[in-house]
Design a protein around this ligand. Sequence first.
Ligand code: HEC
Length: 463
Amino acid sequence: MKAIRFYFGLLFYLCHCLQASDNGPKSVGFSEHVAPIIFNNCTSCHRPGESAPFSLRNYGEVKKRGRLIARVTVDKVMPPWHAESADYEFEGQRLLTDKQISIIGAWVNQGMKEGNTEKLPQMPAFTKGWQLGEPDLVLTMKEEYPVPAVGRDVYRSFVIPLDFKKDKWIKAIEFIPSSPEVVHHSLFRYDTLGWARKLDSRSKTPGFTGMGEGEVLGPRSLGGWGVGGRAKFLPGGLAYRLPSGADFIMDMHFHLSGKPEKELSKVGIYFADNPPKEVFTGIQMPPEFGALSRVSIPPGDSNYTIEDSFVLPVDLEAFSVSPHAHYLGKEMKMTATFKNGDTKTLLWIKNWDFSWQEQYNYKDFISLPKGTRLDTKIVWDNSAENPNNPHDPPRRVSWGLQSSEEMGSVIVLVKPRNEEEMEVLHRALKKHAGEHYRLRNPPRSSFRDKLKNLFRGSNKKDG
Ligand code: HEC
């Protein structure tokens, strides 16, 4: 394969592309070569009423931004996808092949010709409204939230009070923003303690900021929605438990658009008729979003790392993985090392971007037998070189719920092969949290211990 480097106009970007020679068509036209790539990989977001700031639906619209499109595809900024290709395939993976990238590059290089319009493919049909069909319950925000035109991104949570007298089981949640141009993601969870209602009532504007201490801990997540994400049923008949009396909460991220908007999101909930036959849970590493890990990142440290390992006490099957950190997050990796010594990557994010909080679902269940070791590494960058650093100059950042503070973890969703073993897993996770805490927070010996050691003639230093 002949690799030819070519250079696009402006000085500051130099692209490394494979030119379409033996690998693709000689003369590249929009209609026959580029349109299929754009329609299938870009237009779902780049069309009116969706998240992207402009449309890519026809020759004119794509040509207008041809050079920029060539650059963002070579740089792998678009289509947006932040996970490195792992050892297991993800559902709905958004990636262009090298050949597709080179075709776009060659098209731009050859003067962006329209080509044979008779060969223009049909645009895929994009379904309007609820993708999963009519939901069992539609929840709407209590009141419109005024999204400002300009400023920093806004993170705000909204509570929708529910009044279920019995536990319910949720198979899927679909989310429809009223202003898709500004809603970047929405994470769902529930609150059984009335925290969210209390926080909401304290603020004049709809919603509240911060998660409420009591609620961040524990597996109360109900999944989430991100830009370009499609609602899906949980695999294998699994369902989230929504306890009786719980309220529904959405943690939303707004990416401001330059004009004021009003957001009134709708959520469609799909219930299971009966409690599911199988149960699942999340293994969070490090536990409690790093609350037990003594996260304290010195200013200037571009490689602050916390690691965690957990050996599975029972046979499990994994089906989804999601990373979480704030602005200083840099890299996250979770691997599984099997008893035969093989190591596989479950998730690897090399360039964490706070604004793309994605839940990555595996195409198939992944078997993780008893004795498999999960290793997780979270790296933060608190240097001035990190363009996302909210502090200028950098200052020490410790664990906290505000986005200017830090947390970090990777959560893998798993179901035990035998349901009875869930209890064993939960006990092991609890024990692991305690061990992780002691490891990261070595006890300081008291004055009495020191005296005792002295009298014993021990000169051992305390850990
Ligand atoms: C999942 C939704 C989604 C898909 C799929 C997607 N985009 Fe985007 N695109 C966005 C959003 C949202 C933005 C605005 C910037 C941001 O939020 O990161 C954007 C911005 C852009 C920009 C402007 C970047 C800049 O620096 O100003 C270009 C060019 C672009 N997209 C091209 C593409 C192309 C080409 C494809 C297909 C190969 C594609 N996008 C697929 C959502 C998407």
